[in-house]
Design a binder for this molecule. Structure first.
Ligand code: ADP
Ligand code: ASP
Ligand code: MG
Length: 449
């Protein structure tokens, strides 16, 4: 059972979490929690302020202390547990203060330091949640996830080492379950073989939960969040979004990958590989059936759009080389540059003399751009958005492209990717056009006309 930031965001939410766990106690749950909502953002902001040598970084530590103290005081009466938790919080935040001092003096904020800082939220939340479960009669084993999740050292988006992590899941988590305890651990964090703290990337708690679920293995992975399930589009953008009672692994993976924030893109993989169903459920409305993510039943559904996703902050890179006209090996050279800089490419479109591609992370942009310049003329367009229509059997449905582009005829489309899979059509528009594009597609496909 994974509980996201809003599901552990206040004393009231943590109490509700305990009742959700209690109602499922006979199924022997393992609980994986995110940081309290907003805490990871604050930690990252604080580190950046320290780098900018701003005195405001101190205020961020104050905010973090107050936030956790309020939750602890609301959950636990004055006494030993409250004191222990407050001392624990203060300890971690004292470390945070030293990190800020270091960042400030060295004027350097490496990915490694950022991981040590941004993972503190999960180190705080799991102890609080575990103590509350204990207090309400659900005995737990609180586990520091860094002792379970062994990862490589790609700071900021570390890859779990599955064999070693599996061994530790069996050593630390399974025996506790067998003893009737509820293991509680923070998501998102891990450590290298040398014991250096890492994180799995933003939103990574979903992935942590799916990995634990896959390695145990669990009979089911439950993602408890703040909406009734996976919907036709982000309900924050389109209030008329409709719930999808069931989606296939492929659809969920495409939606997640193309920006539906409801699930971390990698979540699905460990579960699919082992055929474990994933449920997306609402901790604010626990009796709602949610969305079940399960294997594809048949291959012969007719084409049907099922949901929309969008991702802002996309960068389009266009490389052209007229001399490469009909030459072989040009594409390989271009991709080699992205591989060298460990930068993943989302969409691709090619013509005879040029390649357009999109990336969603500008950390390596300058380096990539420099290397690409040796291959041809490079143009970069930032602040773009990728809009995706996800569904089934798209390569068998006449008229689908017509409907998509009719619905978006007022916006300028920079790039299109259609046909890479039969479950997705994606295109790129200016970021400022993203919302109206998504709204009009939603009207076209999901709202009665
Ligand atoms: P958590 O903190 O539980 O991990 P997230 O904020 O990461 O929660 O994900 C839940 C949010 O995802 C919802 O509040 C919703 O705004 C957003 N979202 C984006 N796309 C979708 C979608 N297609 N269906 C449901 N929710 C979506
Ligand atoms: N707390 C982390 C984040 O905000 C991980 C997560 O919530 O999944 O990205
Ligand atoms: Mg999330």
């Amino acid at each position: 059972m994974k509980f996201g930031g809003t599901s552990v965001g206040s004393a009231e939410r943590i109490r509700a979490l305990a009742e959700i766990v209690r109602a499922r106690q006979s199924r022997k749950p393992v609980v994986v929690v995110s940081a309290l909502s907003g805490v990871t953002d604050l930690l990252i902001k604080g580190a950046r302020l320290a780098l900018a040598r701003s005195a405001e970084s101190e205020a961020v530590i104050q905010q973090l202390t107050t936030r956790h103290r309020e939750v602890i005081e609301a959950l636990f009466p004055a006494g030993a547990t409250r004191d222990r938790l407050m001392a624990y919080v203060e300890d971690i935040l004292r470390d945070l203060k030293s990190f800020h001092t270091g960042i400030h003096h060295l004027e350097e904020l490496t990915a490694r330091t950022m991981d040590a800082v941004s993972g503190m939220g999960e180190r705080l939340s799991y102890e609080i949640v575990a103590a509350h479960l204990d207090a309400v009669g659900l005995p737990t084993k609180a586990i520091d996830a860094r002792s379970v999740f062994l990862t490589d050292d790609t700071f900021g988006r570390a890859m779990p080492l599955m064999d070693e992590t599996g061994a530790r899941v069996h050593e630390h988590i399974l025996p506790a379950v067998q003893k009737g305890l509820v293991p509680v651990l923070g998501g998102f964090i891990g450590s290298t073989r040398q014991g250096v703290s890492t994180t799995l990337g933003r939103g990574g708690t979903d992935w942590s939960a799916a990995i634990v679920g896959a390695l145990l293995p669990a009979e089911e992975i439950q993602i408890w969040t703040d909406v009734d399930g996976i919907m036709t589009v982000d309900p924050r953008l389109v209030p008329g979004a409709k719930i999808l009672p069931e989606v296939t692994f492929e659809e969920a993976a495409e939606l997640a990958y193309f920006g539906a924030k409801v699930l971390h893109p990698a979540t699905i993989k460990p579960a699919v590989e082992r055929g474990i169903p994933v449920l997306v459920l609402n901790s604010m409305n626990p009796t709602a059936p949610g969305t079940r993510i399960a294997s594809r039943k048949s291959d012969d559904e007719i084409g049907e759009p099922r949901a929309l996703a969008f991702k802002k902050g996309i960068t389009v890179i266009l490389v052209s080389q007229p001399r490469m006209l009909m030459a072989h090996g040009f594409t390989a050279k271009v991709f080699e540059v992205f591989a060298r800089h460990k930068t993943s490419v989302d969409l691709i479109a090619t013509s005879e003399v040029s390649i357009s591609l999109t990336i969603d992370n500008n950390d390596t942009l300058a380096a990539v751009r420099g290397d690409l310049a040796e291959l041809g003329e490079v143009r970069v367009f930032q602040n773009m958005a990728m809009v995706s229509v996800v569904g089934r059997g798209f390569n068998r449905q006449a008229g689908l492209a017509g409907r998509i582009f009719q619905a978006t005829h007022e916006v300028n489309i920079t790039m299109i990717s259609f046909g890479a899979s039969d479950v997705n059509v994606s295109f790129v528009v200016d970021q400022n056009d993203a919302e109206r594009t998504v709204k009009s597609l939603h009207r076209e496909f999901f709202e009665a006309r």
